[in-house]
Design a protein around this ligand. Structure first.
Ligand code: FE2
Length: 346
């Protein structure tokens, strides 16, 4: 079995494959690692046949949809998933064939209703059902402590004790454990009474994961995260450094339009000399009167350099083929001590 372990902080994802047939599957891909999965597959000459999310993640951004799309491979999730853009819904007992490698699906709800585990040869990918020395939490949407107890004691812990456990999360840098080690040493699994287990899970008082709203929105809908939208915009616009812009302002470059896309108050409190004000919210509707010449070189700026990137991408999309974004925002411009003007537009 070909095996690659890709870590993103505490999030664990895996590429598993069959060397004989050059087939592979990716389990729980993370949004910032898409290029890595593609590169690993390319390096080993593998074709990725399946992209599997072990469950609807609430705490990080899944690349399941985007990776599946990039590969033309199906996104696989348990049939209980409510995400609309799942291509292949699987059930307990189903098997995915990755060349000669068999991925056996176990429905292991509890952390979420749609949680599944995958058994492959000598190992089991447990998602957030069973973690090394812990279990997934059950206080997030569709979580159910009783179901988690049944999945653990009724299914996972009954597997071969020698099976290696590879979870979807691991925060202490451990590579894996085994079912036997978890049975012996996992503190939560020592609570063997179902009612006591449910009570324990109900009293964990965990804080909400960061980005839960955005993670659920994007993971459930296949929509894009703010970071993805910014990365897509940044991929289609060039940037201009602050030093370069300052130099051109000093040379009174008549070809250059500095477009400040913040709101009027922010502009009046301090803007780049000669900058033109056109707030981002009004960009599309006012562009014809404000920027009649699409051949002008335009550099957009905003407070932090993110909205200006989106604005430059919009301008490029509208035909301003020389639109670029300032590399940095007005905050950095001020901190660097570059010239500022106050007040309304001249
Ligand atoms: Fe999770």
């Amino acid at each position: 079995m070909l095996f690659e372990h890709v870590r993103t902080g505490g999030c664990q994802s895996y590429l598993v494959g069959c060397g004989d047939t050059c087939s592979a599957a990716v389990i729980d891909p993370e949004a910032s690692q898409v290029d890595r999965y593609l590169a690993l597959a390319a390096r080993d000459g593998l074709r990725i046949h399946y992209v599997v999310d072990t469950h609807t993640h609430a705490d990080h951004f899944s690349a399941g949809r985007s990776l599946a799309q990039a590969l033309g491979a199906p996104l696989v999730m348990h049939r209980a998933s409510t995400a609309p853009r799942v291509d292949m819904r699987v059930d307990d007992g189903d098997m995915l064939l990755v060349g000669k490698l068999k991925l056996q699906v176990l429905h292991t709800p509890g952390h979420t209703q749609d949680s599944l585990s995958l058994v492959a040869e000598d190992r089991v990918f447990t998602g957030d059902t069973l973690l090394i020395g812990g279990t997934g939490r059950t206080d997030l949407p569709t979580g159910d402590a009783g179901a988690l107890y049944d999945s653990l004691f009724g299914k996972l812990l009954k597997l071969d004790p020698a099976l290696k456990v590879f979870p979807a999360h691991e925060y202490k840098g451990r590579e894996h454990s085994t079912i036997g080690e978890e049975i012996a040493g996992n503190a939560r699994l020592q609570v063997k009474d179902r009612a006591a287990f449910i009570e324990m899970m109900g009293n964990l008082n965990l804080s909400m994961p960061a980005h839960i709203t955005e993670a659920l929105r994007t993971n459930l809908s296949g929509g894009r995260t703010v970071a993805q939208m910014l990365a897509e915009a940044a991929a289609v616009v060039p940037f201009m450094s602050m030093a370069q812009l300052n130099e051109r302002i000093g040379q009174h470059d008549a070809d250059l339009v500095v477009l400040d896309v913040r709101e009027r108050d922010a502009y009046q409190n301090g803007h780049i000399p000669g900058a033109h004000l056109l707030p981002r919210g009004q960009l599309e509707l006012r562009v014809n009167e404000e920027l009649p010449d699409p051949t002008r070189r335009i550099v957009t700026c905003c407070e932090l350099g993110r909205i200006s990137t989106l604005a430059a991408a919009t301008l490029r999309d509208m035909g301003f083929q020389r639109a670029v974004a300032l590399d940095g925002g007005m905050q950095s411009w001020r901190e660097a001590g570059y010239p500022l003007r106050q007040g309304a537009e001249p």
